[in-house]
Design a binder for this molecule. Structure first.
Ligand SMILES: [Zn+2]
Length: 285
């Protein structure tokens, strides 16, 4: 056993579920993991580079730490939705880690899947893709867990150090309250898998880094305890602006129309997974 404290996890850009009646802001959590690889070389992993509306903010967040894009060694996608992937080209020097099912689906998304535009597969293939799935170790202390349901190839990333186990969930768990409601607000692949993935995330982690909310832990009496102060400034308007209003109403959980069509494609993904398992067994055997 190593006596090192282990890899560190840090929020680069906060995720938050603020939305409007005119469109989604889609602020996903952007995370930085700093550890060492198996050869003890310092390694920085960026998880979910976010959408282009946040590109300059991402540059600034890196610069505030004395870093630039070139200092990122690996980029991981929890899944291939537009608001998580668009800045991958900022890191085109680095390998891009994505689940093979997510990669495959991104080339033929369902017509109703507004979060996976038809160009998604093309922008992924511009990168040096490395496929990851459940159990894979990115660097010591940093592992992949399958959290399918929101999308076919959603993954979480666990970061284990002397503080415990942190889990980056992507949109397998958008918001802290989902840990209690057990209802994924946006399901594009499989509602039952989505519930199982929420349960898996909650059972695994000491601290959860949700897809669109701040990191939190569940206390012994199952209340949500955020581990960072909340900070969001809305610019260009003040609360007394005529016509501006605030609401804490949440949209009801939503399943993609036509999601039943995808059942017909499950055999295709299962066959591909079986082929990958067989290949791995041959490689290790
Ligand atoms: Zn998503």
């Amino acid at each position: 056993m190593s006596t090192a404290p282990g890899p560190a996890i840090e929020v680069l850009l906060d995720g938050y579920g603020v939305n409007t009646n005119l469109g989604l802001t889609a602020l996903c959590s952007v995370l930085l993991i700093e550890g060492t690889d198996a050869a003890q070389r310092p390694t920085r992993i960026l998880v979910d580079p976010a959408h282009v509306g946040r590109r300059t903010f991402l540059w600034e967040a890196l610069a505030a730490r004395g870093l630039g894009p070139a200092d990122i060694d690996m980029v991981v996608l929890t899944h291939a939705h537009w608001d998580h992937v668009q800045n991958i080209d900022v890191f085109d020097h680095a390998p891009l880690f994505v689940h093979p099912d997510e990669r495959h689906y991104a080339h033929s998304p369902h017509r109703e899947d507004w979060a996976t535009p038809a160009w998604t597969g093309d922008i992924l293939e511009r990168m040096d893709i490395r496929e990851i799935e459940d159990g894979d170790e990115l660097i010591p202390g940093v592992r992949v867990v399958d959290l399918a349901g929101h999308t076919v190839g959603s993954v979480g990333i666990t970061v284990e150090n002397s503080d415990g186990l942190s889990l980056i969930t992507g949109d397998a768990l958008h918001y802290a309250h989902v840990a209690l409601t057990r209802a994924n607000p946006l399901v594009f692949w499989d509602p039952d898998q989505a519930v199982a993935s929420i349960d898996r995330a909650v059972s695994l982690a000491d601290v959860i880094y949700p897809g669109h909310d701040q990191p939190f832990r569940l206390t012994a009496d199952r209340s949500i305890e955020y581990v960072r102060p909340f900070c969001l400034t809305i610019t260009g308007a003040t609360p007394d602006r005529p016509g501006l209003s605030f609401s804490d109403e949440r949209a009801a959980p939503w399943n993609m129309p036509g999601i039943a069509d995808l059942a017909g494609r499950k055999a295709e993904f299962e066959a591909a997974a079986a082929a990958r398992r067989a290949q791995r067994e041959r490689a290790s055997g």
